[in-house]
Design a protein around this ligand. Structure first.
Ligand SMILES: *[C@@H]1O[C@H](CO)[C@@H](O)[C@H](O)[C@H]1NC(C)=O
Ligand SMILES: *[C@@H]1O[C@H](CO)[C@@H](O)[C@H](O)[C@H]1NC(C)=O
Ligand SMILES: *[C@@H]1O[C@H](CO)[C@@H](O)[C@H](O)[C@H]1NC(C)=O
Ligand SMILES: *[C@@H]1O[C@H](CO)[C@@H](O)[C@H](O)[C@H]1NC(C)=O
Ligand SMILES: *[C@@H]1O[C@H](CO)[C@@H](O)[C@H](O)[C@H]1NC(C)=O
Ligand SMILES: *[C@@H]1O[C@H](CO)[C@@H](O)[C@H](O)[C@H]1NC(C)=O
Ligand SMILES: [Zn+2]
Ligand SMILES: [Zn+2]
Length: 453
């Protein structure tokens, strides 16, 4: 009897553990070591695996996928959230170059992970001209659909050709919702005036409603995240009406949504949706990029960061996120040794002292991060740039901390600003150094700066 009870207890607490990879923002510079189209400064010594001033050489793109395969060859699936082309002006590239790059990286993933489905979404840099996704079907969607249909299924054809979004069910019954949030990005001048570009929002609500009726769990994935850019400009990435609409749709289906995974920021970040009672109800994760590239404009520079990818651990029976392992390459060290090495940067539950990565656990982390000097916030700040060598404590002052904390807690402009103003005192000295950026960067029009992400 006791044994039976023990078995019942154990089986009810033992998760059916599955894994999936999330890799994002390869930004392959096909001209590394020749024209260096993406490089924001002169490269003194070319590293085999890349340079902080440049986008990824093929060596790094290939090596990252090979390393994922060596570390976990049989995940349930892979999330790949876009931005595959170099940061350069449109004069230097064209549709065919972007398209070929997408083909190369698709083939790489197919050749290395022959039997694993990849749930791919496009990034703002994948379109040509970059950022300018139209509201209608176009050649990029057609070509991408042909490349990806063996992963996302032929049932995805209609919505993919219309707007590069889709839904499907994984082998273990998790519903994937792959969105094209580039349609809402403030640097996209083709949208912003219509209510629902490509009909995606109406569709999203329908899909979530159907998931609720069928009692399914949903994982949302896309490139540009809803929420506020934590650093430059501190405004939502998306046009405000789309950001608000999308967030309110999600808030209507918190029981269905078990997690959200985005790219675009290149940094390691997360946000937690809270309900009116202040409880965490959805956790959103932004994985850091493969490209180490840092932006530079008129003498102002963004932070350096190391190449990385993420392995997520979840419970197949209910979709709940249990943990993730962040892998990274210490770029200067790897270049010095002229040999690839991917290390564990951190495991999320261990680093942050959490039991799992559920919305309520992530909400506890948000609460702890409210204190600037506490260990969780210092860890977060270090991971944000994927552990590049710098003096984290000195570089993140009161305003910097408020930007990150409020970003993790508020996904709308007004509530973000209230939070930010409440945490920063007017008596605070003006930030002399903001994550390695000069203070004047803070006032640059965000629309301009975000074009470069
Ligand atoms: C990737 O690198 C491996 C060696 O690590 C090599 O065998 C393979 O040919 C490369 N693939 C491509 C497509 O460059
Ligand atoms: C990329 O694909 C093109 C064909 O579109 C091919 O010629 C080229 O060799 C590929 N490059 C790599 C690095 O795989
Ligand atoms: C994309 O494919 C659809 C369906 O096959 C076709 O009707 C449409 O003309 C294609 N669009 C482009 C730009 O090739
Ligand atoms: C959320 O659900 C409520 C009640 O079903 C509905 O009135 C509202 O329009 C929904 N909001 C959005 C943004 O879908
Ligand atoms: C780095 O290693 C590669 C082979 O993996 C070799 O071709 C290259 O010459 C080496 N570079 C240096 C600087 O040692
Ligand atoms: C982190 O997680 C990985 C599996 O993803 C595991 O191999 C490793 O032992 C864990 N490390 C720590 C310190 O918990
Ligand atoms: Zn990017
Ligand atoms: Zn992007």
């Amino acid at each position: 009897m006791i044994i039976l009870m023990l078995i019942i207890t154990l089986s009810s607490v033992t998760a059916d553990v599955g894994y999936f990879w999330h890799v994002t923002d390869f930004h392959w510079d096909h001209t590394y070591m020749s024209q260096d189209l993406s490089c924001n400064d002169v490269v003194e010594t070319y590293g085999m695996y890349g340079d902080y001033w440049c986008d990824a050489p093929w060596k790094l793109v290939n090596d990252s996928v090979e390393a994922m395969k060596a570390l976990k060859p049989d995940p349930d699936f892979i999330l790949w959230t876009g931005d595959n082309t170099p940061h350069t002006s449109d004069e230097n590239v064209n549709f065919e170059i972007h398209d070929a790059i997408l083909g190369n990286i698709t083939n790489l993933l197919k050749d290395v992970f022959t039997t694993v489905p990849v749930y791919a979404t496009l990034g703002n840099h994948d379109y040509f001209p970059h950022n300018q996704f139209p509201e209608t079907g176009n050649l990029l969607y057609n070509r991408s659909y042909e490349r990806w249909k063996s992963w996302i299924g032929e049932e995805s054809m209609d919505t993919f050709l219309r707007g590069a979004y889709y839904t499907l069910k994984t082998a273990t019954g998790l519903r994937i919702v792959g969105l094209n949030t580039n349609l809402y990005y403030t640097s996209n001048k083709q949208t912003g005036s219509t209510e629902d570009p490509a009909g995606q929002l109406v569709w999203l609500e329908k899909v979530l409603e159907a998931a609720k009726v069928s009692n399914e769990k949903v994982l949302v994935t896309a490139h540009v995240p809803p929420g506020v850019n934590p650093t430059t400009g501190r405004v939502p990435w998306m046009y405000p009406q789309y950001n608000t609409k999308m967030n309110s749709i999600f808030m209507n289906y918190t029981e269905q949504i078990i997690g959200m995974h985005f790219g675009h920021e290149h940094s390691d970040n997360f946000r937690v949706y809270h309900d009116d009672a202040g409880e965490g109800v959805i956790a959103q994760f932004c994985a850091p990029s493969v490209t180490p590239w840092r932006y530079k404009f008129a003498g102002r520079t963004g932070p350096a960061h190391n190449p990385s990818f993420r392995l997520l651990k979840y419970d197949r029976s209910n979709g709940n996120l249990l943990d993730f392992t962040q892998y990274y390459m210490d770029l200067p060290e790897v270049n010095r040794n002229n040999q690839s090495e991917w290390k564990i940067e951190y495991n999320a539950t261990t680093a942050y002292g959490l039991v799992d990565l559920s919305p309520s656990s992530m909400a506890q982390l948000v609460t702890r991060m409210k204190t600037q000097k506490n260990q969780e916030f210092q860890s977060f700040r270090k991971f944000w740039t994927v552990s590049v060598s710098e003096n984290y404590e000195e570089l993140c002052d009161e305003k910097c901390h408020a930007g990150f904390y409020c970003n993790s807690r508020h996904l709308e402009k007004d509530s973000f600003e209230n939070c930010f103003n409440g945490l920063t005192t007017s008596a605070a000295p003006f930030s002399p150094n903001y994550n390695g950026l000069t203070s004047s960067l803070l006032v640059i029009c965000s629309t301009f700066v975000t074009q470069f992400v």
